[in-house]
Design a protein around this ligand. Structure first.
Ligand SMILES: [Zn+2]
Length: 47
């Protein structure tokens, strides 16, 4: 296993749990701009 390198300048895709709004940002938006729900990084595998 290799270390996962996180490039802070790299944009990630975040998806709202609640309404499905997608935000592309270099930093975690934290909250959905549409409904205020939590967002998750799509690049992070949950399975
Ligand atoms: Zn939302």
């Amino acid at each position: 296993m290799k270390d996962v390198k996180l490039d802070p300048s790299e944009e990630s895709t975040y998806e709202c749990f609640d309404c499905g709004t997608v935000v592309v940002s270099a930093t975690a938006p934290g909250r959905c701009p549409s409904c205020g729900a939590d967002m998750r990084n799509r690049a992070t595998p949950l399975e």
